[in-house]
Design a protein around this ligand. Structure first.
Ligand code: CP
Length: 316
């Protein structure tokens, strides 16, 4: 593995999850692998889990992490080739990516979409520029249209908690007061398509994800029908993709409640976090034994460590 910016970069999901499980059992076993190596964690947006778990993963591998909030601490970056830089942007990504590559053996970047310019967001111009100009491996800490490290943690969690060989996994839209990106659901869909699960997506009309990503997956507008016999409910809000970035519904009938969970096969409740209580999901569900959001967040470390380990090994 050279870079990890999409679920598409996973060549063998089973082997990756087995590696993550092995790492979880002995997190410091490969402590020498990253010795004298540095990872730069560059954030254009806020983070709790991704920032801390990736630092933890890198440290477990013996790496030295450098974390930078690019909006607060860096020069304002220009990404457009050929731009006449007589405005607010002080440094071009061409220099910045090459310079950071001299300090870091891996560059990891978080850059959310605008949710205004669909074409620009789809181009993943920030991650693409790092891929183009950096001379070291690049890892996504969540881009415009994918959050692949999250999805590896999600798949690992399902592997750990499943009680049948082929569990039914439901990705359910849930209401939210802000327009949110499609990155988490997109990567979750992609990784569930690689996994041995019975996968169903449910959302209100108008909330169809990118059809190029969901093609082949079962989609229903009937949340109650989707929940029947489910072993895992993965809740997530996202804004409209067709009416790009818009909030079309805040219908609290879609909130994950105890009544909704009662329709399932005693399903486990999952969410990537952060989650808005009593909007996306009720306190009763989040505080119940069915909720596995805390161990799911814990798995972010081992998912990230499995990816960093593979990149370090393949770079040898
Ligand atoms: N799930 C997730 O990516 O959390 P953070 O935004 O806190 O990193």
């Amino acid at each position: 593995m050279k870079n990890f910016t999409s679920v598409n970069d996973i060549t063998d999901l089973e082997a990756l999850l087995a590696s993550a499980q092995k790492i979880k059992a002995a997190p410091l076993a490969d402590n020498a692998l990253g010795q004298h190596k540095t990872i730069g964690l560059l954030f254009f947006n806020p983070s709790l889990r991704t920032r801390l778990s990736t630092q933890k993963a890198a440290t477990n591998l013996g790496m030295h992490p450098i974390v930078m909030d690019l909006n607060a601490d860096g020069w304002s970056l220009e990404f457009e080739d050929g731009a006449i830089m007589n405005g607010s942007k002080s440094e071009h990504i061409k220099e910045a990516a090459q310079v950071i590559s001299q300090y870091c053996d891996i560059i990891a970047v978080r850059s959310f979409p605008s949710l205004v310019d669909k074409e620009k967001d789809a181009s993943e111009y920030v991650l693409s520029a790092f891929l183009k100009y950096a001379t070291v491996p690049v890892v996504s800490l969540e881009g415009s249209s994918e959050h692949p490290l999250q999805s590896v943690a999600d798949a690992l969690t399902i592997t750990e908690y499943k009680t049948v060989k082929r569990p039914k996994v439901v990705l359910s839209w849930a209401p939210h007061c802000k327009a949110l990106p499609h990155s988490v659901p997109n990567s979750f869909v992609k990784i569930m398509q690689l996994a041995d699960v019975d996968f169903v997506i449910t959302h209100p009309e108008g909330y169809e994800l990118n059809p190029e990503i969901t093609q082949g997956s079962v989609i229903t507008y009937d949340q109650d029908a989707a929940f029947k016999d489910a072993d895992f409910i993965y809740a997530k809000n996202w804004s409209s993709y067709s009416d790009y970035g818009k909030i079309l519904s805040t219908d609290t009938n879609w909130t994950i409640s105890s009544e909704k969970m009662a329709l399932t096969n005693e399903a486990k409740f999952m969410h990537c976090l952060p989650v808005r209580r009593n909007l996306v999901v009720t306190d009763a569900v989040l505080d119940s034994p069915a909720s596995i959001v805390i161990p799911q967040a814990n798995n972010r470390t081992f998912a990230a460590q499995a990816i960093l380990k593979k990149i370090l090994e393949d770079a040898k």
